[in-house]
Design a protein around this ligand. Structure first.
Ligand code: AVI
Length: 316
């Protein structure tokens, strides 16, 4: 499958970003560095874990409400999926859509996206598929709007929760412009009992720990960094005042980490902050979307109010 657009306006790259992360206090690196091939495979395993409720809860919501969602999307739509990944969830929508104009999955990982598109095309031979390889959080071009139908955005998985609040607002503002006259269907994880959140990010099988520690494995393999693989531990906890799960790599002892020509000191207990996963109330998320220009319409939740899918109308 040939990509329509290749617009990976990459930023600094892993080595400079890791140096910057290690120089600053608190030490923080973007969670995007989780997702090399090994990290993406670990994330797929996380989605299957008994403790990790978001994926299965959202899939169940999509399964249950797809006909209603498809009716809201309407005929002739151009469906844009942000951060498309494996294209598992969108199938549930596509199966119910009325004569879609096209499906435009946007993802930074070209080989992964094109492989997923080939499988999808075999399942939906009549679907016009226009993959765009780009970082959807940065300015990117999309194929032209359909003359008749509307543009509808799809952003499942509560990946919005991995953005800092101001980045989340920037993304929503960008989406509101791209989707003018259409709508956004977005998955949002909800605030809940901290013990449930804690379990979801500290699974018994240790898959989330391996996912977190994979950043260090990457640094060793790709950048030749000298790091004791046993020297850091996975740490994930719910920060209630900030309504977010924080993931860190915590130094087990005083040690040094060598990266290229630099040596960085870690005290025992010191951390490299690798990810935030914000949790929202329905009203809180609707207020955020409202600031970006969206009008909150329908929201679907499960019986336990663990996860939500929001239908947000974009401005005209
Ligand atoms: C991709 N994202 C929504 C996941 C989350 O829950 O924040 C990433 C993840 N991190 C640890 N487990 C899953």
């Amino acid at each position: 499958m040939k990509p329509l657009l290749q617009l990976v306006a990459d930023d600094e790259g892993f080595a400079p970003d890791l140096h910057r992360a290690l120089r600053q206090r608190p030490r923080t690196i973007s969670p995007k560095y989780f997702y090399d091939e090994a990290g993406s495979a670990l994330f797929e395993r996380i989605c299957e874990l008994p403790e990790y409720y978001p994926t299965r809860t959202e899939l169940a919501l999509l399964q249950r409400h797809a006909p209603e969602m498809a009716a809201l999307i309407g005929p002739g739509a151009q469906l844009i999926e942000y951060g498309a990944g494996a294209l598992r969830k969108v199938r549930l929508l596509l199966a119910h859509l009325n004569a879609p104009h096209s499906f435009v999955p946007v993802d930074i990982s070209g080989p992964h996206l094109l492989g997923a598109c080939r499988t999808l095309q075999a399942e939906f031979p009549a679907l016009a598929l226009q993959p765009v390889i780009a970082d959807f959080t940065r300015p990117h071009d999309l194929p032209a709007r359909p003359a008749q139908g509307r543009r509808i955005g799809f952003f499942p998985g509560s990946s919005i929760g991995n953005f800092a609040p101001e980045q989340a607002l920037d993304f929503l503002r960008m989406a509101a412009q791209q989707l003018r006259g259409g709508a956004l269907l977005i998955g949002v994880d909800l605030i809940k009992e901290p013990a449930l959140l804690h379990a979801a990010y500290n699974d018994a099988a240790g898959v989330t720990a391996a996912f977190n520690l994979n950043i260090l494995a990457r640094a060793r393999q790709e950048l030749g960094a000298q790091i004791d693989p046993e020297g850091f531990a996975h740490s994930a906890f719910y920060n209630a005042p900030l309504q977010r799960i924080e993931m860190h790599l915590q130094s087990r002892r005083r040690q040094q980490l060598r990266l290229e020509h630099r040596v960085y000191e870690f005290e025992a207990g010191e951390t490299l902050h690798t990810e935030n996963s914000y949790k929202f109330s329905i009203e809180g998320f609707q207020a955020l979307a409202g600031k970006a220009g969206f009008k909150a319409a329908t929201v679907w939740t499960d019986e336990r109010d663990w996860f939500s899918l929001h239908w947000l109308q974009a401005p005209d």
